[in-house]
Design a protein around this ligand. Structure first.
Ligand code: GRF
Length: 212
């Protein structure tokens, strides 16, 4: 299954996917292209270093969400994409775009959804005083971090934590969880009825298969 990874920034989750692929741990998923709505971001450089097509489609250059998405689809078309990973991609996608990839668009978010959707989830968690946060990988719908949940990992808040320290520990979990989900999706192990996602067991005892 050929994935495009959509990014807007640093790209540490992209790097985790690239590293997993280089280590032979992402198959049958393949990263076919990386696309950013922001020029010059580190994520694009990471893609280039890994020898992946690195595409920029600036959302600011288009009069509407739909026009931006059409340009993105056109740029991705030569790469024959089957599925999409949002890895720090800071745009909401319309149903029209999502319908092109039914049950094939996943996002990673740095909280235990439905708590703390949107921006600055780690800062929201600290401000609220919760004792546990974590990360969520979910199927994408047209809301902000509202789609059916595939997998979550908890991360405790430690005394003295600030948003930066918490975000760093959450991201370490994301970097393990996201490649595992991408691999399971590509292997056809993920199905969804309503909001309920079921992950069929994998056939190996690798960490990456410990989703269920
Ligand atoms: C991640 O924490 C992800 O959960 C959120 O944005 C952040 C992107 O980080 N959606 P990076 O660009 O992958 O380093």
């Amino acid at each position: 299954m050929r994935f495009a990874v959509l990014v807007s920034g640093t790209g540490t989750n992209l790097q985790a996917l690239l590293d997993a692929e280089a280590a032979g741990q992402l198959a049958p998923a393949e990263i076919a292209a990386v696309a950013s709505n922001r020029p010059g971001v580190l994520a694009l450089e990471r893609a280039r270093v890994a020898g992946k097509p690195a595409i920029t489609v600036e959302h600011r250059g288009y009069p509407s969400r739909e026009a931006f998405e059409d340009a993105l689809l056109e740029a991705l078309a030569p790469h024959r994409i089957d599925a999409i990973v949002l890895a720090g991609f800071m745009r909401v996608l319309t149903p029209r775009f999502l319908d092109r990839f039914p049950l094939r668009v996943v996002n990673t978010h740095p909280s235990i959804l439905p708590a703390f959707p949107g921006h600055d989830a780690a800062a929201q968690a600290i401000a609220h005083g919760v004792k546990l946060s974590g990360c969520t990988v979910h199927l994408v719908d047209s809301g902000v971090d509202t789609g059916p949940i595939i997998a979550q990992r908890a991360v405790p808040i430690l005394s003295g934590d600030d948003a930066v320290a918490l975000q760093r520990r959450i991201q370490a979990e994301e970097h393990r969880l996201l490649p595992a989900v991408v691999r399971a999706l590509a292997a056809g192990r993920i199905s969804c009825e309503g909001r309920s996602v079921v992950i069929a067991p994998g056939d190996s005892s690798d960490d990456a298969d410990q989703l269920v």
